[in-house]
Each structure stands twice: as structure tokens, then as C-alpha cells.
Design a protein around this ligand. Structure first.
Ligand SMILES: [Zn+2]
Length: 334
């Protein structure tokens, strides 16, 4: 898919696309960043931009991009374009020297049909040392019409000699609202499951897809109920009711930890509302109405105190604190 369809990383992708079109993008790159944030997809988008038959020209408002529709873009997306090669670990879990040699050999020729050959090494840190050493000379001085992209979540496992020959492009974790948008668009999630899963995904679409979405939705409902109960609590009995709303009587330590992380992520949204941040920065944009009602009870100071109380509660859970005691304690602090 073209750059414009990727989630997040707007500025990074725009700079990369502009440099690619100007011819100033270094030919040996490391796309580094957490798993599941779209690094490999971005490498494919770059290959499309280089070779697209009718690329979108860049102007001051929009970065250049591939069309995503032409036969070249479509074949690159399907992995069947002669000039775009993806190397990845085989069954042994590692990338062998033979795979590296095959890529070097192919890249020595001019592109068969496109303008630029792109070699993508996915999970590049899985390259055996011999494979990395074989690539050194090519990374140092790639053939004129070739670009090498090493994709990795663990760049520090690459040999220093490989790292020093490549320009590093750093991908940050994705924001929850970007992840939620992808879950809805590409994976059939409802709005509510997408936001619940995204808030717990720690910046990775991969992680969001692995989780138990129904449980996440229920957990988020409990987190909202807890905050709403505690917001209007004026006596100890009502505070205990807030702990029960969080589920203190029926959940184990892991589940309480998950619910606390959701409370924390909602408090972050309340802080963002207080600072009048852009709606797109909200993790729980689908529940903005409830957040706004909560914001009336949570001014900046209360939100910050609550946030650090949740942190303490999470730390207590990690030290084997009883879920009931931790939930009750929190209900009196928030
Ligand atoms: Zn195209």
C-alpha cells in the first residue's frame, strides 16, 4: 500500500518520500522500531514509490507517493515484482549467507523492468554473522539503481559494521488512535473493540491483534464505571462501590493489571482534554462524551494525582499485592 494508507508516522514517511523522489535518500537503510508498527509495509511503500507507473507528485501540502493502483504497485504489493526482493528468516529462524548472496547477485544487474531495485531484509537481526559479513561491501557501495532496507525491531543485534554503513530511520510506537483506525479499516473491528484493544496494545498493531478483544471491551467498561463512580463519590461506601465497579471481587491479578492500564490511559485522555489537545490524540475518542463528563470532576491536579496512584497500584500488583486490597486502596486515592 502507498505511504498515505499506512498508520501513523506521518512526518517520518513524508520526509522519506520526499528524499526518495529527490534522489537524496541513502541507498542503505535500517528501518528500526518496535514490532508491529508498519516498518516492513513502509519498505514496500518505498519500493512502490520508486517504481510506480503514475506516482502522485509532491506539492507543499502532500508528499509524493505511489498510486497504489497501477500494475507495478499491485505486483509489488503481491510480492511478485522482479525488482523488489524480500529476504526473511526461513524455517530455521535465521537468514543464511546463501540468501544474502542471492540478493547481492541480483542487485548487481540493472533493474529488469522498474526504475529501482529494492532489497528488503525483514527481521534483519536474524541474519547470521556470515550473511551480514557477505552484505558489507554491497551496503557500503550499493549498485547504482539499488536500495537496501534492513527492517528490524532489534537493530543493536546487527553487527556494528553493518549498522555503520546504513542510515537509520526510526519508527516510534504507534499512538492508540492510529492503531484503532487500522483495526477498524483493515481487520473488521467495531469502533468499541478497536479502541479497547488499541489502548492495551503498547504501540503495536501486532499485539492488538493477538489479544482477547471481548475481554478488553469488558475491561474498558469496568474502567469507565470505576472512574464515573469515584468521580461523584463523597463517602467511603461510595469509594468501595468504585472498587467493585472495577471488578475487585471477581478478577485476578492479571485482569486487574489490565483494567488499571485502561484507567491510566483514560486519565491520560482526561489530561489531554484539560490541555485542549487535538481529538485525534485521544485513545478513547469513541467515548468522548463520557470523558467530557468525567473531566468536570477531574481537573488537572486530580488527574495527575490519580495517574500516579494508578502507577503505584500497578507496582503493588507486581509485588504480589492482593487485587482486592490494591483496588480498594486505589479507590480511595483517585
Ligand atoms: Zn503505481
Amino acid at each position: 500500500m502507498p505511504f498515505r494508507d499506512l498508520a501513523g508516522h506521518r512526518r517520518l514517511l513524508e520526509l522519506t518520500a520526499r528524499a526518495a523522489v529527490r534522489g537524496s535518500l541513502p541507498p542503505s537503510l535500517i528501518f528500526a522500531g518496535p514490532d508491529g508498527v508498519g516498518k516492513r509495509l513502509a519498505a514496500i511503500s518505498l519500493a512502490q514509490l520508486f517504481n510506480c507507473l503514475s506516482p502522485v507528485a509532491g506539492d507543499p501540502d502532500a508528499a509524493p507517493d505511489a498510486c497504489g493502483q497501477c500494475s507495478v504497485c499491485r505486483r509489488i504489493a503481491r510480492g511478485v515484482h522482479a525488482d523488489v526482493m524480500v529476504i526473511e528468516p526461513g524455517e530455521t529462524g535465521s537468514i543464511k549467507v546463501d540468501q544474502a548472496r542471492a540478493a547481492i547477485e541480483r542487485s548487481a544487474y540493472r533493474p529488469f523492468e522498474g526504475r529501482r531495485r529494492v532489497v528488503i531484509v525483514d527481521d534483519a537481526d536474524a541474519m547470521e554473522a556470515s550473511a551480514q559479513n557477505a552484505l558489507l561491501k554491497t551496503l557500503e557501495e550499493p549498485p547504482a539503481a539499488s536500495t537496501f532496507v534492513l527492517v528490524t525491531a532489534r537493530p543493536d543485534l546487527l553487527l556494528p559494521t553493518v549498522r555503520s554503513r546504513c542510515q537509520r530511520v526510526r519508527f516510534a510506537p504507534l499512538g492508540p488512535s492510529d492503531i484503532a483506525a487500522v483495526l477498524m479499516r483493515d481487520h473488521g473491528f467495531s469502533e468499541e473493540s478497536a479502541h479497547a484493544a488499541a489502548a492495551l496494545a503498547e504501540g503495536s498493531i501486532g499485539r492488538a491483534l493477538e489479544g482477547d478483544t471481548d475481554a478488553y471491551v469488558e475491561a474498558r467498561d469496568a474502567a469507565v464505571a470505576m472512574l464515573e463512580t469515584v468521580a461523584r463519590a463523597s463517602n467511603p461506601a461510595q469509594r468501595l462501590a468504585a472498587a467493585r465497579a472495577l471488578g475487585r471481587d471477581k478478577i485476578d491479578r492479571d485482569e486487574l493489571g489490565r483494567r488499571l492500564r485502561l484507567v491510566s490511559s483514560m486519565l491520560r485522555d482526561l489530561g489531554a482534554l484539560d490541555a485542549q489537545a487535538d481529538d485525534r490524540s485521544l485513545a478513547h475518542g469513541d467515548r468522548k462524551g463520557e470523558l467530557q463528563r468525567l473531566a468536570a470532576s477531574f481537573d488537572g491536579g486530580r488527574t495527575v494525582r490519580a495517574f500516579s496512584a494508578v502507577d503505584e497500584a500497578l507496582a503493588a500488583l507486581e509485588r504480589n499485592g492482593s487485587p482486592k486490597i490494591v483496588a480498594d486502596w486505589l479507590a480511595f486515592q483517585v
